[in-house]
Design a protein around this ligand. Structure first.
Ligand SMILES: [Zn+2]
Length: 488
């Protein structure tokens, strides 16, 4: 027994050394890319940690430590609940890992992208956070730079009379069915986040060239109105720099009581163009996009760009949700076993060309089951693989074995392909790839499989689950199954 522990401890040290080397390698690769990465400038000072920013569907996502350590704003991270509080205790806004809702004392608003965790780092949407902190946010596409200023930036002047196609302001007290919670423009794409059902209509006009997007039966959400400093006139603008097509974005709330569809209020967003430009409008969940790239222009870089497949790896449980707990020796919690395995799978997949890997958590954080689904769906991921270790009901006989679970018929092939590799690697009894009613697969719109590598159970497979060499073999098998399924 002592000898076994000694051997596995040496193995652990070796693995740790390999991963330390891998970390150095990844760091140097990232530094090498810094020249082409997005920059963040706060009041003329470059925020150095910004080399870690990620662009997800045109939304700039920054690590929370950039906001706290480099920008100097208060940030509180609660790994137990997966919540980030940005700003002061009383006036701060709370974001949650995997959730597109942000909550403050003034209400809730919908984010363009949910905060997510990748490589032990929690990312939040920069424009939203900057706006919440009272900063003016400006994106310069040609310089790939986000400018943040503590003084308001000068934007195009917008008055009530400068555009004949804007109807008059509504009477006070009128309400709408849903709200516009965020408007942003980056990478030549307008994004409008809405809550509830909002059916947009877009049209193009000339002299001057502009695209007008109308959202019947909507008003501005309280956080958005507050963040934009909207006056009684309920209108505002976003300045746009570095776009060869767009000179500015304007928005306003209008009286719509003459509409026949029962709409009382309507929000209108106008993209001012300097030339005739085609566009495509589409909707993803609560997000409405008006994309000027989709008419043959340059594509938007980010997660899944260049046709890369997006794989979401989901380590089961986390934080207060420990999963199965083994007490036959030193206490072993399933959440940690799952995370160790998932990080190994992530490291292997990062070396595969044509693939981007995103984790639902990469530290000891609880993410709700729906939050995990939301992360995958927001990214338009190709597949999601949840990683678990198994347990038996109390009082059952010790059991051993490996199984891979799925719910939707579309997920069966993914589960079977992973299981084929997995069962060879675990060397445990084959409990097969099979149906089980799982939230993560039932509620997601993408193929999702859940692996139960072995039983975290006295007399079960605990020795294997804690053996680093076995963990490496199993991680390789899961990665191999994913790569085979995606045809890479
Ligand atoms: Zn589990």
């Amino acid at each position: 027994m002592t000898e076994r522990i000694g051997r596995s401890a040496i193995g652990r040290v070796l693995i740790a050394a390999v991963f330390a080397l891998a970390a150095v390698f990844f760091l140097s690769v990232q530094t090498g890319q810094a020249a082409s990465a997005t920059k963040i400038v706060l009041d003329d000072r470059e925020v150095t940690g910004a080399r870690d920013v990620l662009t997800v569907k045109g939304t700039t996502m920054v690590p929370i430590r950039v906001i706290s350590e480099e920008m100097g704003y208060p940030v509180k991270w609660n790994s137990g609940s997966g919540e980030v509080t940005i700003g002061g205790e009383s006036d701060g806004v709370v974001l949650k890992l995997g959730s597109r809702s942000a909550v403050s004392g003034k209400g809730s608003t919908t984010l363009e992208q949910a905060p997510f965790s990748r490589s032990n780092t929690t990312y939040v949407p920069l424009r939203f956070v900057g706006t919440q902190l009272g900063l003016a946010v400006k994106w310069d596409g040609s310089a790939k730079t986000v400018y943040l200023q503590t003084q308001p930036l000068e934007g195009p002047q917008t008055g009530p009379n400068d555009d004949s196609d804007l109807p008059p302001n509504p009477a006070p007290g009128t309400t709408a069915a849903s709200t516009v919670d965020q408007i942003s423009f980056s990478e030549n794409r307008l994004m409008i986040a809405v809550s509830g059902d909002a059916t947009p209509k877009a049209a193009k006009y000339d002299s001057p060239y502009r695209i007008v997007v109308d959202l019947p039966n909507t008003s501005f959400g309280p956080l958005f109105a507050e963040g934009q400093g909207l006056l009684a006139g309920q209108q505002g603008s976003i300045s746009v720099a570095g776009s060869s097509d767009v000179t500015g974005i304007r928005f306003a709330l209008n009286d719509d009581s003459s509409a026949r569809d029962g709409s009382q209020l309507r929000t209108r967003v106008v993209i001012d163009l300097n030339k005739n430009k085609s566009y495509e409008m589409y909707r993803e969940g609560n997000l409405i996009f008006v994309d000027l790239n989709r008419s043959g222009g340059p594509s938007t870089p980010g997660v899944g760009s260049d046709g890369k497949k997006i794989v979401v790896i989901d380590p089961g449980h986390g934080g207060k949700a420990t999963g199965a707990v083994y007490k036959g020796g030193p206490t072993l919690m399933e959440k940690n076993v799952n995370l160790d395995m998932a990080l190994k799978v992530e490291a292997l997949l990062k070396q595969v060309d044509g693939l981007d890997v995103v984790m639902t958590r990469s530290d000891d954080t609880d993410v709700s089951l729906q939050g995990r689904v939301d992360i995958a769906e927001n990214l338009n991921a190709d597949i999601m693989v949840s990683i678990h270790a198994n347990s038996m009901p109390v009082g059952s006989k010790p059991t051993s074995g490996t199984e891979t679970l799925y719910t939707k018929p579309e997920s069966k092939k993914l589960a079977e392909t992973i299981h084929k590799h997995l069962i060879e690697a675990t060397g445990l009894p084959d409990r097969r790839a099979k149906y089980q009613n799982l939230h993560v697969d039932r509620e997601s719109n993408l193929p999702t499989a859940l692996v139960e590598t072995g039983f975290l159970y006295a007399g079960g497979d605990v020795e294997k689950l804690t053996d680093p060499a076995w963990q490496d073999r199993v991680a390789q098998a899961i990665a191999a199954g994913i790569v085979e399924y995606l045809g890479l």
